[in-house]
Design a protein around this ligand. Sequence first.
Ligand code: SF4
Length: 239
Amino acid sequence: MNGVIDKLIKVFKGMRSELESVGWFPGDAESTKWWGGAESPDEVVITAILVQQTRWDVVHTVLNRLRQMGLNGLESVANTEPGYLAGVIKGVNYRFTKAVRLVRLARNITMIGGLETLRHKPSVREFLLGQEGVGKETADSIMLFALNMLSMPISQYTRRVLGRALGIKLSEGYEEWKGFLEGLLPRDLYVYKLVHASIVTIGKKYCLPSNPLCSKCPLREACLYAKGRELPSIQQRRD
Ligand code: SF4
C-alpha cells in the first residue's frame, strides 16, 4: 500500500498549477493561503463556517466584504451582533444560522485566548467539535489549514476518489477513513495539505459520482477503479 500512496503523492505534486487554477495555493506548508487564499488563521476559521453548503466564489465575495469592514478577525466578529453579521454575509446559504454560530465560535475562541492558545491545548479537536456548527470535516479543516496540525479532513471527495483509486468501499465511517488515511501518509504538513487539496480538486473535476472522467484524470495510471479492480473494505485492506 505504501508504494501506491507514494505514487499518488507524486501525481498530486505534479498538479500544482491545476490546484492554483481552482483556488488552492500549494506553496509554503505553513501558509494559510492554501485555504482559498486566506490571509490569516482567523480567515480560515471564518470561511470554514461560511463555505458549508455554499460555493467558494460566493465565500470569496463575502470575505472581501468582511475585510473591507474589518470583520475578518475572530476578535472583531466576537464583538459583533449576529443580526448585523448576517447582513454583512449576505449571499452565503443559511446566513442567519451561520452568523449566530460564527459569533459564538469567535467568542469562545477569543475567551480562551485565541487560536494560538487553542493550538497548544491537548484537546483541540474536542474543543472544536463542541462548537455548534462545527462537524468533523470542519474541525479537521480548521486544524490542518488554520492551526497547521496534522489532522486530515475526510470529505465526500476523499471517500469517492480514494475509494475508487485505492479500492475501498465507500460505506466506511468518518473515523475509519481518517485513521486509515493518516496511517498511510507520512506525517508531513505539506503532504497532508497537498493530499486534501488534490483529492477535492479531482473529486470536483474528474471523479464525478457517476461516469467519472478517468481518461482525463491525473490519477488514471494509479487508480484501481480505472483498471477495473474489485473494492474490498478497509478491514480487508488491513488484513
Ligand atoms: S481515474 Fe477515474 S475513478 Fe480513478 S480517481 Fe480518477 S476519475 Fe476517479
